[in-house]
Design a protein around this ligand. Structure first.
Ligand SMILES: *Cc1c(COP(=O)(O)O)cnc(C)c1O
Length: 383
């Protein structure tokens, strides 16, 4: 298995870093590092048809993934997730092409599996054994399970009111869990303060360069499932924004190797009204977001008051001619029934938020009846 990963590059100042040693953020400007590949070489050796013979897993895109040695892959069976034509849901809104990318089918209960599969595999290749994470819930569960499978120790910091499912699954997997009186940003500060003395590697999203590589495979799958013709609109429940940043990057890479053209979907970032820093920044036409105070929402994955990749999320929204909108918890609660009733699909609150957003976008005339729209159901239903 050849690896085409060349180096890491700062998303702001373009300074480069070697990938053969553990890296977090840019040491000059503190911004996220992104993986850069030898795209010309990849274009020369990799054809779309090669995918046909490969298993339906995110590892089918290995030429554009950061793991060079297959024996380093830590896998729990990261299946390609179904893309379901939601005809009855669409009809309800007068649309013909509404599709659900159902990420609830992934291991660990949510799409956080994509990022943590990549981060833990890369950590294994670098010889790391102790990983630390601040989490709003699902990233903690994913790290706990992937670290367990790799024989590593996971140090987890999350709010004390994180959903019971996440707290229980971390304990079951033997992770070292600390519940804090605060939010994910407070948890992040604790990890940052203690990691050097404790010899932990920080796998906070976008402070660790490879979780975003896992998340970009959502974009690869979408492109492949739609036969290399991207949809018109992507509605995405946005917390740290790693999915938007990842898909945007992934689409650029697919274009660079000649697999897709320059059409991009409009990215619609959906946030909860009780924690909407990206929406506020978007409405103020700002390049960065200011921290949200007293963040509160039933969609725990969206309870992220501050995202280190804020400028990257806002830039992807702007360049794609998308938008950012907030939905209330009441609208999310109401939307929780919509996909189960119309399509037989259970959703997580964050997935339901995209349904609530669709309703709002249609009411505001922001989607044409025949446009192809993809909603991300990012996790499984938890009682
Ligand atoms: C983490 C999470 C999100 C937000 O994902 P980002 O890519 O970090 O914005 C959405 N939904 C669920 C279920 C999550 O766990």
């Amino acid at each position: 298995m050849r690896n085409y990963l060349q180096h890491l590059e700062c998303s702001q100042c373009s300074e480069t870093y070697p990938h053969e040693v553990p890296q977090n953020v840019c040491t000059s400007c503190g911004k996220p590092l992104l993986a850069r590949y030898a795209l010309k070489q990849v274009a020369g050796i990799w054809q779309r048809d090669a995918l046909l013979a490969r298993p339906a897993s995110l590892w089918r895109y290995r030429e554009l993934l950061p793991i060079g040695d297959a024996s380093d892959i830590v896998s729990l069976g990261e299946t390609m997730t179904p893309l379901i034509h939601a005809k009855r849901l669409g009809a309800r809104f007068g649309l013909t092409e509404v599709w659900i990318k159902d990420e609830s089918r992934l291991p660990t209960g949510s799409f956080k599996a994509r990022g943590l599969a990549m981060a833990v595999s890369k950590a294994k290749s670098l010889g790391l054994t102790a990983l630390a994470i601040p989490s709003a819930g699902n990233a903690a569960t994913a790290l706990a399970l992937y670290a367990a499978a790799a024989g590593m120790t996971a140090h987890i910091f999350m709010p004390q009111d994180t959903p019971a499912f996440n707290k229980e699954t971390c304990r079951l997997a033997g992770a070292k869990v600390t519940l804090i009186d605060g939010l994910i940003t407070d948890a992040g500060r604790i990890v940052a303060k203690r990691k050097a003395a404790e010899n932990w590697f920080d796998v906070s999203t976008l402070k660790e360069p490879y979780r975003v590589e896992g998340k970009k495979t959502m974009g690869f799958e979408l492109a492949e499932q739609f036969r290399w013709e991207l949809p018109d609109v992507i509605i995405y429940p946005t917390g740290g924004g790693t999915g938007i940043v990842g898909m945007w990057k992934g689409f650029a890479e697919l274009e660079a190797i000649g697999w897709i053209g320059n059409k991009r979907p409009r990215f619609i970032a959906v946030q909860a009204a009780g924690c909407a820093p990206i929406v506020r920044a978007w409405e103020e036409d700002a390049d960065e977001a200011t921290p949200w105070r007293d963040a509160e929402t039933i969609a725990s994955g969206l309870r992220v008051p501050q995202a280190i990749g804020d400028f990257l999320i806002l830039s992807a929204i702007r360049k794609s001619q998308g938008t950012a909108i907030a939905v209330t918890d009441d609208a999310i609660r109401e939307a929780m029934q919509v996909l189960p009733k119309t399509e037989g699909l259970l959703t997580c609150p964050e997935g339901a938020a995209t349904v609530a957003a669709l309703k709002q976008l249609v009411a505001n005339g922001m989607i044409e009846p025949s446009e192809r729209v993809v909603l991300f159901n990012t996790g499984g239903y938890q009682a």
